[in-house]
Write a protein that binds this ligand. Structure first.
Ligand SMILES: C[S@@+](CC[C@H](N)C(=O)[O-])C[C@H]1O[C@@H](n2cnc3c(N)ncnc32)[C@H](O)[C@@H]1O
Length: 207
């Protein structure tokens, strides 16, 4: 048994973990993306997607199937992935080092969608965990605005609720026509984790 920030017990081998094993996903995170996709219908065949913080690769597995052979995904993580899929290429590097000029990014830019599940290991100190999470999502958003996300494109990213989240979300909402905060069922009870969903990107403000 593990423990959440509120001291609640959780089973690391819960129903989602077991379902992931049965369905061949390398992580239970796939079901968070699946639940959000069922609501917002993110994917269509032929899409290009940038996946930030993609390891071990369950979001890549889910999205790869949805976009099909004509679609393409580029995944970035500081850790290597555990999947090998025909329409997916992955690179071991920090998202903080990615730019529109990165050689393996440039040919695919701008992407139809940016998905980011990036998170550092939590230390249990809310100020620190939330700040690191907001820094990651801000960096992902900056990449979107630097020319990596198509006007009209979608952005989905994990972020922790806590100090600084509201200010961040107010700013985020200005950039997309439709905005949501989602807490899929597969998120462990007591977690600060939520996903922000931005649909119909308006384009870099001022451009
Ligand atoms: C929850 S896991 C992602 C799970 C993934 N979506 C999946 O379905 O398999 C969070 C990931 O963020 C990655 N990460 C943390 N900081 C990062 C950074 N600066 N750049 C890229 N990846 C990072 C971690 O290495 C970890 O693999």
């Amino acid at each position: 048994m593990g423990k959440t920030r509120k001291g609640l017990r959780y089973d690391p081998k819960d129903a989602y973990f077991k379902r992931a094993k049965q369905e061949g996903f390398v992580a239970r995170s796939a079901f968070k993306l699946e639940e959000m996709d069922q609501r917002w219908k993110f994917f269509r065949p032929g899409m290009t997607i940038l996946d930030l913080g993609c390891a071990p690769g369950s979001w890549l597995q889910y999205a790869s199937k949805k976009v099909g052979a004509k679609g393409h995904l580029v995944g970035i993580d500081i850790d290597p992935v555990r999947v090998d899929l025909a329409n997916v290429e992955t690179y071991v590097m920090s998202l903080y080092d990615v730019s529109v000029e990165t050689p393996f990014i440039k040919p695919w830019a701008p992407f139809d969608m940016i998905q980011s599940d990036a998170m550092v290991k939590t230390v249990g100190i809310p100020e620190s965990d939330v700040a690191k999470s907001i820094a990651l999502v801000e960096a992902s958003l900056k990449l979107a605005e630097s020319g990596l996300l198509k006007v009209g494109g979608s952005f989905v990213a994990k972020v922790f609720e806590g100090p600084g989240f509201s200010d961040f979300y107010v700013d985020f909402k200005r950039k997309f026509k439709r905005n949501y905060v989602s807490k899929p069922e597969a998120i462990r009870q007591g977690s600060r984790e939520v996903y922000i969903v931005g649909l119909e990107y308006k384009g870099a403000i001022g451009s």
